[in-house]
Write a protein that binds this ligand. Sequence first.
Ligand SMILES: [Zn+2]
Length: 263
Amino acid sequence: MALTPARPGALDRMQAPSHSHSHSHSDTMPATARKPAATRIERENTVDEIYERIYVAILEHRLQPGTKLGEEKLADIFGVSRARVREVLARLAHEQIVELYPQRGAFIAKPSIEQARDVFEARRLIEPAVLRRLIDTHTPEKIARLRQHQELEADARRRNDKRAVIRLSGEFHTLAAELAGNSALARSMRELCMLTCLTIFLYDAPTASSCRNDEHQLIIDAVAKRDRARAEKLMLDHLDHIESSLKLDNTNGDVDLEAIFKG
Ligand SMILES: [Zn+2]
């Protein structure tokens, strides 16, 4: 299987920063794309597209944990039926990114502190395995891909584009899992990255950032040298740094409103 062709990678998105579009692409599709034979593909693309928009909005912290995702409103925004919106929401719910409540509707998940700790525990088990597999299946192209991604991150940091930094740093981990070539690992990694992203939103110390860029670079260097032990150690340290930058000791998980509105 190719590297998730349905989901454009960070490199593609980099060129077109996602602003909140308010109309579905299907509105502007040429009539030929609407012929019956294309219907199924068109439908899938649209579900994928809406899913991707929501996914990126969460990654970029434009959609906050706990936000209500009204079916009717989303159907309106994306120019699709409510049934199609429900399909997207079901997929997001399956990935634990959205919580569905009878009568009340769909909400962006708000991981608890316990869930946040579980996410990091799972990442500490999975990500060294991802790197081991990446080293076993090592090719110059894969290393180049990782370096390219890391360069985009560094560039976003130089431009002080915080949204892009948060998204790209999360996507580094997903990209590594995709390149490692195990689709189950890659799928788990996507979910865990998304949950980490929601966790960072909820429990981040105001000045902290998600991933330190130089640490990604060191990890790539170790993978390029096929140094398993070092790559694994660097990844575990990296995850510790992210987890310890969060305020997961705060027993009630309250957001520091004062800090948010001060600056
Ligand atoms: Zn990272």
